[in-house]
Design a protein around this ligand. Sequence first.
Ligand SMILES: C[S@@+](CC[C@H](N)C(=O)[O-])C[C@H]1O[C@@H](n2cnc3c(N)ncnc32)[C@H](O)[C@@H]1O
Length: 190
Amino acid sequence: MATLNPDCNYLGVEIRRPLVTSADREALASDHGNVRVLFCNANISLASWMRALPVDRLHRVSIQFPDPWFKRRHRKRRVLQPNLLLAIAAALQPGRELFLQSDVLAVIEPMVTLTELSDCFTRPVGDTQPWRSSNPLPVPTERERYVLEKQLPVYRVLYRRNQRSLPNESLLESRWQQIDNPAEPIHAGA
Ligand SMILES: C[S@@+](CC[C@H](N)C(=O)[O-])C[C@H]1O[C@@H](n2cnc3c(N)ncnc32)[C@H](O)[C@@H]1O
């Protein structure tokens, strides 16, 4: 992507240090000096990094094939949480993009539900629903290549930041909790 688009800068984030070291070594040796890979726990640092960006510096955020966390008690480890989504929405000017893809429905569906709950993003007119038929980016990720080689499905959604203002964070968080983590039903009986 960085080679194809020398006028844009690309930043990759990753939590496993050995991967960061090797990927950033390649990035630093690349042709145009427009790509870096940084160590980051996306659940901890990314929202504050987004908030520190100058206006309209960020043109697209891609969350591609994030690790699956299926157990209820591991929900907080999922990458896209209300706090990060709002930081992304605040950093993207209207028209700028948020791209999500995964090969696991149970991973992408909560990301889509949360994104649409925020009301800050709109799908491009004409995009097929519920999933885009093609990748809008010209380069597949490693995981994407693996999944496509196995002829498994890939679920993709492209959003554009709309004009709406950000929702209140605690309100979004509590509405999200009601949807994502409703209270267990109580079964009373003798
Ligand atoms: C399934 S891989 C997909 C990698 C790449 N996006 C692709 O599509 O080929 C998920 C990656 O996310 C990284 N990761 C998991 N949790 C993370 C976090 N909290 N912050 C940053 N990276 C994380 C993992 O170490 C792993 O490299």
